[in-house]
Ligand binder design. Structure first.
Ligand code: ZN
Length: 272
């Protein structure tokens, strides 16, 4: 039996008033506010000045100052205030947590075959602040590969494999997608790690992780185990959908619930 779940999470506001991002400044100035923001990883709630976004309670935001880079959630908004600006840090970006589309059950994750539902760029904003643009990266490819169905060909040490397996069991591979042969994953470890790889005919090539290990790491091993499981479930249950789109994105159920469902006042879920 196929289990399906559909999401239609939307706010009351018209599309033209959807959450602006730092990259697309609004023509109309947002209303100035002082917002209380809770940072779950620090268990702290602090006040910030905001004049850049139309924020709502429940929005996921990033700030400057000491807590830069940490995910926060808006818990209160005040429009009636008088503050000394130099005393306050600001909200610098808002995550796009609007999710609309159909999801299929696949083990610990939900899977979508529609590339517009959960693109990587949206999901990464749930985990980390946007790059400031002043970091310069270099990458190289040696086209080395291994077989996804025989991870011993990955040349990973026993210890690292065991830690990677634990990450996989804990569903720390929060997101993994495959667009044709191009894959990306987000692994939640000591911090957020971003992975890229190529996949074709059971072969993985050019796997890299943003932890910058020069050898195969636990994040990579965890992502490969998750990829293997998800592909297995897709082949078993949703072959036609996958073949039609040649794309899938899998998101950990807990992530989708905590980001796209919790804290929302409007929206709906259709189970089928
Ligand atoms: Zn890594």
């Amino acid at each position: 039996m196929l289990h399906r779940i559909g999401f239609a999470l939307c706010s009351d506001e018209p599309v033209s008033q959807s959450i602006p991002s730092a990259a697309s400044p609004k023509e109309v100035e947002p209303r100035k506010s002082v917002v209380r923001i809770h940072f779950p990883t620090r268990n702290m709630t602090l006040s910030y000045y905001n004049d850049a976004f139309d924020l709502k309670v429940g929005d996921i935001v990033y700030v400057d100052g000491k807590l830069e880079g940490l995910r926060g959630r808006v818990v209160d908004i005040t429009y009636n205030f008088k503050i000394k600006l130099s005393d306050y840090k600001r909200v610098i970006s808002v995550a796009d947590t609007e999710v609309k589309g159909e999801f299929f059950f696949a083990g610990s994750h939900f899977v979508t075959f529609d590339p517009t539902v959960l693109p990587y760029s949206k999901v990464i904003s749930w985990f980390k602040a946007p790059d400031k643009g002043d970091d310069i990266y270099a990458s190289g490819k040696d086209d080395s590969g291994f077989n996804l169905n025989d991870l011993s060909t990955m040349e990973i040490s026993h210890d690292v494999a065991e830690r990677g397996h634990n990450y996989y069991m804990e569903s720390r591979v929060r997101y993994i997608c495959l667009d044709g042969t191009k894959g990306r994953a987000i692994v939640d470890g000591t911090q957020i790690y971003e992975l890229e790889f190529e996949y074709q005919n059971d072969e993985i090539r050019n796997l890299t992780c943003s932890c910058f290990c020069s050898y195969p790491c636990k994040h990579e091993f965890a992502a490969m185990l998750q990829l293997r499981e998800t592909l297995k479930l897709i082949t078993k249950n949703y072959e036609a959908q996958y073949q039609a789109s040649n794309y899938f994105a899998a998101v950990f159920k807990g992530t989708l619930m905590s980001i796209a469902v919790d804290g929302k006042e409007t929206g709906s879920i259709l189970l089928g």
